[in-house]
Design a protein around this ligand. Structure first.
Ligand code: THU
Length: 127
């Protein structure tokens, strides 16, 4: 699917974010390249550490729905934020070959990353 199509899905999902503490709303959409997509938004909690990031939420949905390894990941926020460290670790295992698009809530511009550029030398083994 085209990057902008996936970004559109992430933008729609961002509208469902539950972020009353930070007011920082994030949407994420994944595509497995076989026509299947999964989405996630951030879900905050009064116990701040219980917050779920948009990327973690989308990856959880993808696994639960039986998607193949994501080939594309779109992430939308007002700062075009890169994934947090924990989400980079999740992406490195669950979507190691994905193109990662970082986009704003509006407009046609986005930046493309790989997880290797965001998390080089990732931990990936108990050996
Ligand atoms: N957040 C995400 O959803 N993804 C990220 O990669 C960075 C941060 C959320 C967590 C929290 O709800 C809010 O953004 C502020 O940190």
């Amino acid at each position: 699917m085209s990057p902008l199509e996936l970004i559109k899905l992430a933008r729609a999902t961002r509208k469902n974010a539950y972020a009353p503490y930070s007011n920082f709303f994030v949407g994420c959409a994944l595509s497995d390249g076989n026509g299947q997509t999964a989405t996630g938004c951030n879900i905050e909690n009064a116990a701040f550490g219980s917050t779920i990031c948009a990327e973690a939420n989308a990856l959880s949905s993808a696994v639960a729905a039986g998607l193949g390894k994501p080939k594309q990941i779109a992430i939308v926020s007002t700062t075009q934020a890169t994934p947090c460290g924990n989400c980079r670790q999740l992406i490195s295992e669950l979507a190691p070959n994905a193109e990662i698009y970082l986009a704003l809530p509006e407009g046609d511009e986005f930046n493309t990353y790989t997880i290797n550029s965001l998390l080089p030398d990732a931990f990936n083994s108990l050996d």
